[in-house]
Design a protein around this ligand. Structure first.
Ligand code: ZN
Length: 185
């Protein structure tokens, strides 16, 4: 359990004690659910969000605004933005942020896929919604430079977000305001 993200030693211990008190059938059902999840989940063909089909629920929804593209680091950030209900466009999940310390260079992110997509589709605006920390800012700058020659409008979430933070941990109202107050980048 300690190998799972955000599960520290204490939480792992609590889970272990809980499992000890759980009937064996229930534990087996949980194990089966995890295996099933691993088998079913894949990445969306277009945006790399988590999906059960070829396209994720956002990409396959005909009511989404296909002229807006929001670039995020991870599917968890996409989920945070979806929770605000303030955004009706599409997404592109980069799969991380540029980080020299963690040895993540541009080739490790889905930038080629992003470029192919913006050239193929008709987006009017690309919103850079990478996290408000050093890596997220560096990534936003890098992506905006790639997009510049295409003459696409590029915007960034409004400033005033807690610096060094992760969109995942922002409350809905703050994130909604940042999205609505986005500005030219
Ligand atoms: Zn998708």
């Amino acid at each position: 359990m300690g190998k799972l993200p955000t599960i520290g030693r204490k939480t792992a211990q609590r889970l272990a004690f809980h499992m000890l008190k759980t009937p064996e059938e229930e534990a087996e059902a949980l194990a089966r659910a995890i295996v099933e999840l691993r088998r079913k989940i894949r990445l969306c063909r277009d945006c790399f969000n988590l999906a059960e089909e070829e396209l994720c629920p956002v990409c396959s929804d005909p009511r989404r605004d296909r002229t807006l593209l929001c670039v995020v680091e991870e599917p968890t950030n996409l989920i945070s933005i979806e929770r605000t209900s303030a955004y009706r466009g599409l997404y592109h999940v980069l799969g991380g942020a540029l980080s020299p310390l963690k040895d993540v260079g541009p080739e490790r992110l889905r930038l080629r896929e992003l470029m192919e997509r913006v050239q193929r589709e008709r987006f009017c605006e690309v919103i850079l919604a990478t996290n408000p920390n050093v890596e997220g800012e560096a990534t936003a700058v890098y992506v905006s430079r790639l997009l510049k020659p295409l003459g696409l409008q590029t915007t960034r979430l409004a400033q005033g977000l807690p610096a060094g933070g992760d969109l995942e941990f922002l409350d809905e109202l703050t994130l909604r305001r940042a999205l609505e107050g986005r500005r030219e980048y």
